[in-house]
Design a protein around this ligand. Structure first.
Ligand code: PMP
Ligand code: GLU
Length: 398
C-alpha cells in the first residue's frame, strides 16, 4: 500500500495558474504553436546588470548558506527602497527575504494563524491565498466583490464578513487577477474598520511598480496612523525585475512577526539562494530604467488588450490600473456548444479554447469568480494579436 497523504494536503487544490501553464507547455513540447496567456510571468529576460551581479557573486564565493532571513545588505536595500518610494520606515531586521513572495505568504500565514482563525480574502483572489491559509488550519473566508465596483471590497462588505474569529484581512492591490487598484481613500475606509476591529492586514504589493497612466499606488500601511504596526507587506523581485525564476520575495512587518518568520524559515528552507540575493541587491540598488522600459511595453499591451476586449461583443473587463492581467467577463458566451463541446462554465470555456485554438487562459473559478477568464498580457504584442484573433474566431464558432 502506498503511504497515505495527510488530510491537510489531501484538501489542497493544486495551483490552477501553474496547471494551465503546464498544459500549455505540454502542447508546445508536442510541437503545437500555443498562445500562452496563462501564467503571470514577464516574458522579458532578467536585465543584464542583474545577471552580471549574480555571476560576480558566484565568482566572489558567495555560494554558501547565508543568514536564514537574508543577507543584511539586501534587507537594508529593501528597507531603504520602501522608505524612499513609500515613506515607510523599517529597519533591516523587519525585512525577511524568502524563496519568492509565495513563500513569504506561506511564512506569514504560518506565523500568524491558529486553527479556526478566519482570514478574509476578497474575491476574485490570486489562486494561492486560500490554499496557503488552509495549510495552517485557519479558515479562508471568501468575500465576493462586485464587477460594478471594479472588484474592490467595500467597507460594508468587510463589516459583514467580520466575526469574532476574524484575525486577518488580505489585500492585493494592484490585484491579480483583476488589475484594479484601491485608492488611498478606499484603503482608508477599510483601514478604519481594521483599526476598530483590531485586525491584521496582509498587503500583497508585488505589482506596486507596474502601474499605468495616472493611477497612483498607495500602501495600506500608510493610509492611517497605526496601520503600519498591523500590516505585513509582501513584495518581491519576480514581477518588477522579470526575476520569476530567481525566487526572491520579501516581507516588511512589525519586528515580532519578522523574528517569528525568520525562525520558521530557519527550520523550513534556510536562506533563499545566496546568488539570487546578490542579484536582487543589483535589481534594487541599480538603475531602475529597466523597470520603466518594461512598463512601457506592458502599457502598450494593456492598451491593445483593452481595445480588443472592448471590440468583441459580449466581452468586458474592468480598467486595469496595474499588473498585467485582464479579468474578462465571458458570461454571455457560456451555456452553449462550441463544435461538439458543451461549455457551461469558465473551466470548460478555458479548456475548450485551449483544445480548439491552442490559446491558454485561466478559468475565473480558480480565482473564486465563476463566469470570467484571466488573460495575462505579459507576452509579446504579436502573440497577443494572434491569440485574440483566435479567441474571436472561437467565440464566433457554432
Ligand atoms: N502574489 C501575487 C499577487 C502574485 O501574482 C504572485 C505571482 N506568482 C505572487 C504573489 C508570488 O510571486 P513569486 O513567488 O514569484 O515571488
Ligand atoms: N502569479 C502568477 C500567476 O498568477 C504566477 C503563477 C503563480 O505563482 O500562481 O499566474
Amino acid at each position: 500500500m502506498p503511504p497515505a497523504i495527510s488530510r491537510i494536503v489531501q484538501n489542497l487544490e493544486p495551483s490552477a495558474t501553474l496547471a494551465m501553464a503546464a498544459k500549455a507547455k505540454e502542447l508546445k513540447a508536442a510541437g503545437k504553436t500555443v498562445y500562452d496567456f496563462s501564467v503571470g510571468e514577464p516574458d522579458f529576460t532578467t536585465p543584464e546588470h542583474i545577471c552580471q551581479a549574480a555571476v560576480a557573486a558566484m565568482k566572489a564565493g558567495h555560494t554558501h548558506y547565508t543568514v536564514a532571513s537574508g543577507i543584511p545588505e539586501l534587507r537594508t536595500a529593501i528597507a531603504k527602497q520602501y522608505k524612499s518610494v513609500h515613506g515607510l520606515t523599517y529597519t533591516a531586521q523587519q525585512v525577511v527575504v524568502s524563496n519568492g513572495a509565495k513563500h513569504s505568504l506561506h511564512n506569514i500565514f504560518t506565523a500568524l494563524c491558529n486553527p479556526g482563525d478566519e482570514v478574509i480574502i476578497p474575491a476574485p483572489y490570486w489562486v494561492s491565498y486560500a490554499e496557503l491559509v488552509k495549510l495552517t488550519g485557519a479558515v479562508p473566508v471568501i468575500v465576493p466583490t462586485q464587477e460594478s465596483n471594479n472588484f474592490k471590497l467595500t467597507p460594508e462588505e468587510l463589516r459583514k464578513a467580520i466575526t469574532s474569529k476574524t484575525t486577518i484581512l488580505l489585500i492585493c492591490s494592484p490585484s491579480n487577477p483583476t488589475g484594479t487598484m484601491y485608492s488611498p481613500e478606499e484603503l482608508g475606509a477599510l483601514a478604519d474598520i481594521v483599526l476598530e476591529r483590531n485586525l491584521t492586514v496582509v498587503s500583497d504589493e508585488i505589482y506596486e511598480r507596474l502601474i499605468y497612466g495616472n493611477h497612483r499606488f498607495a500602501s495600506v500601511a500608510t493610509v492611517r496612523p497605526g496601520m503600519q504596526e498591523r500590516t505585513i507587506v509582501v513584495n518581491g523581485a519576480s514581477k518588477a525585475y522579470a526575476m520569476t525564476g530567481w525566487r526572491i520575495g520579501w516581507t516588511l512587518s512589525p519586528a515580532n512577526v519578522a523574528t517569528a518568520m525568520a525562525d520558521l524559515q530557519s527550520q523550513e528552507t534556510s536562506n533563499p539562494s545566496s546568488i539570487s540575493q546578490y542579484a536582487a541587491i543589483a535589481a534594487i540598488e541599480g538603475p531602475q530604467q529597466c523597470v520603466e522600459q518594461m512598463l512601457v511595453e506592458f502599457a502598450k499591451r494593456r492598451e491593445f488588450v483593452r481595445q480588443r476586449i472592448a471590440s468583441i461583443p459580449g466581452l468586458s473587463c474592468p480598467d486595469m490600473a496595474g499588473a498585467f492581467y485582464a479579468f474578462v467577463n465571458i458570461k454571455s458566451h457560456l451555456g452553449r456548444n462550441y463544435g461538439s463541446a458543451r461549455v457551461d462554465n469558465s473551466t470548460q470555456w478555458c479548456l475548450t479554447l485551449l483544445e480548439q485554438q491552442n490559446v491558454a487562459t485561466v478559468m475565473g473559478s480558480a480565482f473564486g469568480a465563476e463566469g470570467y477568464a484571466r488573460i495575462s498580457f505579459a507576452t509579446g504584442l504579436e502573440t497577443l494579436q494572434s491569440g485574440f484573433d483566435l479567441i474571436e474566431a472561437f467565440l464566433k464558432s457554432k
